[in-house]
Design a protein around this ligand. Structure first.
Ligand code: 6GU
Length: 479
C-alpha cells in the first residue's frame, strides 16, 4: 500500500519513521511519500490560500493548487508517458480529506481502506480546502473521496488526523501485527465492546493489588471476568455500542451482567434496550392504569371468570385508582421501569413502560397491621428479626414482552433499596405479598429474590374467593 501525504508542514510527518509504521516502511510493507503542497503553487509567494467567496472569517485553500498536486501524485495529468508507468490497478485511489466536517472515523472504515492500493491524504489548514476538490475527485470513477473527522472537536489542521489514519490502516495490513488475535480482542474489535482492563507485574502497585481472579489460573473464570468488565466499561463509556450488540451473540451470563447494568433484551428484540427506573408521578396515572389493565389478567388464577376479571379491573385499576395512590406518596410508593427515551427522565410519560411496582407502607399498632388481612405479623425470617413496619408489596407487574429479560430481580432490588431509603428510620422493616397458591412459577420467582413462604390466606376477587400464599422477606438483605 502506498500513502501520499500533501501538507504545508512536511516535517510534521517525521514521526512516521518511528515504531511499527517506520518498520513497515523499512520492510517494504508500506510506502509513504510526504509532499510539500507549496511545490505546486504558481506564484513567487507560493500562495496556497485565499479569501472565501461570500465573505467570512479565515482563508480557504485553493482548488487549483490542490488539483495540480493531487493529479501529479496520482498521475492523472495529461502526460501519457507518466501515466504509462503507473501500475494498472483496478482498485480506486482513495483521496482522504481530514476535516472536522467529515464522517467520524470508525474501525470499520480502516478495514475498508486497508483494501486500497493508494491513499492520498490532503491535509488542509485554515478553513479547509475549496469544496470543489472533493466534488471533482468524487465524480471521477477511479477515485473514492473519504472526508473524515477524528471526533467532535477542532484541531488546527488535518496533519494529526492523517497520522492517525495511516497508523490505523497500516496495522491492519497483512504481516503488520504479530498476533492476529490481538486485533480481535482489542477495543472496537469484532465483539463490539471496549477492551477489558489489563494488568502486569508488579502484583502490588502502591497498595492496589491485581484482581485475584487473574492469578487463579482458571481460564474460564478469567474469560468471564474479562467479558463482565468489558460489558461494564462499554455500558459506562459507550452505551451506543451496547445498543448495537446482537441479542443472538449474548449468552445467559452476558444478559445477566447487562441486566445488572440496566440493559435488557425484550422478547423478539434484536438488541439490548436501556431501562430507567424511577418513582412514578401523578402525571403517570393514566399510563400506569392502561398498563395495569393490560397486564393484570396474566396473573389471575387459570379459569377465572372473564367478567369477574373485567369488574375487578374497572374498579381497582382505572386511572383514578392510580391517582389516589400517587396523590398519597407517604403511604404508597409507585415505581416504574420504562424504556429510556430522550426527555423521559424529566417529564412523566414518554417511554414504553416495562414494569411497575406498588408498595403500601402499612404501620402496625398493638400487633395489628392497619391494613390487609393475612399479613404475616408474627413471622420471623430465618435469623433476621423484624424491627420496623411490615409493608405490603401490593403489585409488581412486568409487561409480557419484558418477562424473562432479568428485569424482575433487578427492578425488585432497586425498588426495595429505594423503599429502604424512604424507611431509613427503621432498622429492619419486612415486606410481604400475596400470590395465587397455584402459581408456582411466581412463587419460585419471589423465592429467588429472597422471599420466604409465611402462610396462606383467602383473597377475594369480586365475590369469588381464592387461596393465596403469603410470602415475606426483610427489606434490607445483606448483599
Ligand atoms: Cl480530521 N481535522 C481538523 N482540523 N480538526 C479535527 C479533525 C480533523 N478531527 C477532529 N477535529
Amino acid at each position: 500500500m502506498r500513502f501520499d501525504i500533501l501538507t504545508i508542514f512536511p516535517e510534521f510527518f517525521d514521526s512516521l519513521a518511528l515504531s511499527l509504521v517506520g518498520k513497515a516502511q523499512q520492510r517494504g510493507l508500506i510506502e509513504i511519500g510526504v509532499h510539500n503542497l507549496r511545490d505546486w503553487t504558481f506564484d513567487v509567494h507560493h500562495t496556497v490560500d485565499d479569501t472565501p467567496f461570500g465573505g467570512g472569517a479565515g482563508m480557504v485553500m485553493k482548488a487549483d493548487v490542490w488539483g495540480a498536486a493531487i493529479d501529479s501524485l496520482t498521475l492523472q495529468g495529461d502526460d501519457p508517458l507518466a501515466a504509462r508507468d503507473f501500475p494498472a490497478d483496478p482498485q480506486k485511489i482513495v483521496l482522504a480529506i481530514p476535516s472536522p466536517a467529515g464522517k467520524q472515523l470508525q474501525q470499520a472504515d480502516l478495514h475498508r481502506l486497508a483494501q486500497a492500493s493508494q491513499v492520498v491524504l490532503a491535509c488542509g489548514r485554515y478553513e479547509g480546502i475549496d469544496a470543489r476538490i472533493a466534488q471533482y475527485y468524487g465524480a471521477k470513477p477511479d477515485f473514492q473521496v473519504f472526508e473524515f473527522s477524528l471526533g467532535d472537536y477542532v484541531l488546527n489542521g488535518g496533519e494529526v488526523a492523517a497520522i492517525a489514519l495511516i497508523e490505523g490502516i497500516s496495522r491492519l495490513l497483512p504481516g503488520m501485527v504479530g498476533n492476529p488475535q490481538s486485533l480481535v480482542e482489542e477495543s472496537h474489535g469484532a465483539a463490539g465492546l471496549l477492551e477489558y482492563p489489563n494488568y502486569t507485574r508488579p502484583g502490588d502497585f502502591r497498595g492496589i493489588p491485581v484482581p485475584e481472579i487473574l492469578t487463579s489460573g482458571n481460564h474460564g473464570a478469567i474469560a468471564r471476568w474479562r467479558k463482565d468488565r468489558a460489558l461494564e466499561r462499554t455500558a459506562c463509556s459507550r452505551p451506543d455500542l451496547i445498543e448495537k450488540l446482537n441479542a443472538a451473540d449474548l449468552d445467559r451470563k452476558d444478559r445477566s451482567k447487562l441486566a445488572e447494568l440496566g440493559w435488557f433484551i425484550a422478547k423478539e428484540e434484536l438488541h439490548p434496550v436501556k431501562l430507567k427506573y424511577r418513582r412514578a408521578a401523578v402525571a403517570d396515572a393514566f399510563r400506569l392504569s392502561e398498563f395495569a389493565m393490560r397486564t393484570w389478567p396474566d396473573s389471575c388464577p387459570t379459569g377465572m371468570d372473564q367478567t369477574v376479571i373485567s369488574q375487578y379491573i374497572a374498579k381497582n385499576l382505572d386511572p383514578s385508582a392510580f391517582e389516589k395512590y400517587l396523590a398519597d406518596p407517604l403511604r404508597f410508593l409507585v415505581y416504574v421501569a420504562e424504556v429510556e427515551t430522550a426527555g423521559s427522565s424529566v417529564t412523566a410519560g414518554a417511554g414504553e413502560i416495562a414494569a411497575y411496582v406498588l408498595i403500601e407502607i402499612t404501620f402496625e399498632q398493638d400487633g395489628v397491621v392497619d391494613a390487609h388481612d393475612g399479613a404475616p405479623v408474627d413471622f420471623a425470617y430465618a435469623d433476621i428479626q423484624r424491627d420496623g413496619p411490615l409493608i405490603y408489596l401490593s403489585k409488581f407487574y412486568i409487561a409480557r414482552n419484558w418477562r424473562g429479560s432479568g428485569i424482575f430481580k433487578q427492578f425488585a432490588n432497586w425498588c426495595f433499596a429505594q423503599t429502604a431509603a424512604v424507611l431509613s428510620d427503621f432498622p429492619q422493616p419486612y415486606i410481604w405479598l400475596l400470590t395465587d397458591i397455584g402459581n408456582r412459577h411466581q412463587q419460585r420467582a419471589y423465592r429467588a429474590i429472597d422471599f420466604a413462604h409465611s402462610g396462606k390466606c383467602q383473597f377475594s376477587i369480586g365475590d369469588v374467593s381464592n387461596t393465596d400464599v403469603t410470602m415475606v422477606r426483610p427489606l434490607n438483605m445483606a448483599k
